[in-house]
Design a protein around this ligand. Sequence first.
Ligand SMILES: *Cc1c(COP(=O)(O)O)cnc(C)c1O
Length: 416
Amino acid sequence: MYPKLKPESQMMTYGYKPSLSEGAIKCPIFQTSTFVFATAEEGKAFFELAYGHRDQQDGEEMGLIYSRINNPDLEILENRLALWDDAAACAVFESGMAAITTVLLEFLKPGDYVLISSPLYGGTDHFIKKVLPKFGINAISFTVGQSKESILAQIDALGVSDKIALVYAETPANPTNDLIDIAMCKDLAEHYSSPNKSVYVAIDNTYMGPLWQHPLAHGADLVLYSATKYIGGHSDVIAGACLGNEALMARVRAMRTFLGNMASPNTAWLLLRSLETLKLRMDAQALNAEHVAAFLNTHPKVEKVYYLGNITAKNTRVYAIKQKQCISNGAMISFDIKGGENEAFRFLNALQLIKLAVSLGSTESLAEHPATMTHVDVEPALKQQLSISEKMVRLSVGVEHYTDIITDIAQALENI
Ligand SMILES: *Cc1c(COP(=O)(O)O)cnc(C)c1O
């Protein structure tokens, strides 16, 4: 038997038949809103499947109807993305926020509580705390390092144990690289599930995915991405994705159809191109990050480095989580500069090769100031608890030669 191919070997060809596109080696952009049915009977059959009015027969394929429901670029992209997480199904969206909000709207209803890790991505946090309450949905947060027993006790004390409907977490936490145990999230979800109510776990895997952490393998039911980050990887497209089993993804896809926030054919095509080099880019970024972290770890003007590779103390809970969940140390590094906002800003303003911008996971290295930029909305007390201080800088390490990245950091630190 032919050995099973690795995902990176399949990113150029999987799911695409050149014979259906005049022999074109690459999947064209199917910039079309609708698709012609061969017969009325065929159109009827496609709609029966699309609306779930009957089950698919053996060998029957779902046909193309209308680009809000399905489109070849989106379907091929979804099939390829599913390979990395070994997921049964995937749906792609026009942004990471579109993927996240669609999942929250599909799996929560008035009266429900969503159990969230803290801190969450700013946009997600805003949607959960400012928008969902308008629909009678509220949130309870737990923090990194909080034990399962303590979370259970907290919810018990609030008297809402029967109202927990979804567990939503982000790990590693941004910008501190703190880790949350995905299996613990699953335990919590099971604790609140009953015969007539399934509580699911959704994990935002943007910081590590899709290569370096596979939440579905650790008990998550849904994995979410801002595909704007590593998956897109070139800072030229906004996109999102959600993956999981067939049954849950049928629900996510149906909600996407009615919200109408699917990715466009053009966005999907850009991501297909990005996926061909995903492994090469992410490998190079992780290797560069190792060198950059080693440089920062011993620099006299650097007080503390937040990097997964620095979690080395065995017999700690966080080390055990890292060993279990993280395949790599990633390419995100935060560090505290000795001083405060003044010193951090002088460093950021002196960078030449590294660009001063938010976002992450792209080919170019980026630096930003979480306290006044990505995390400006986090309440002061929580910021303090999470160590998101004025002296912290966050780096997303790119694919440049690592000596050039380090030289730029060194000269900018000299400027302080
Ligand atoms: C960027 C980001 C998002 C939002 O994604 P968009 O593509 O910008 O909509 C969500 N979660 C995390 C962790 C992110 O970094």
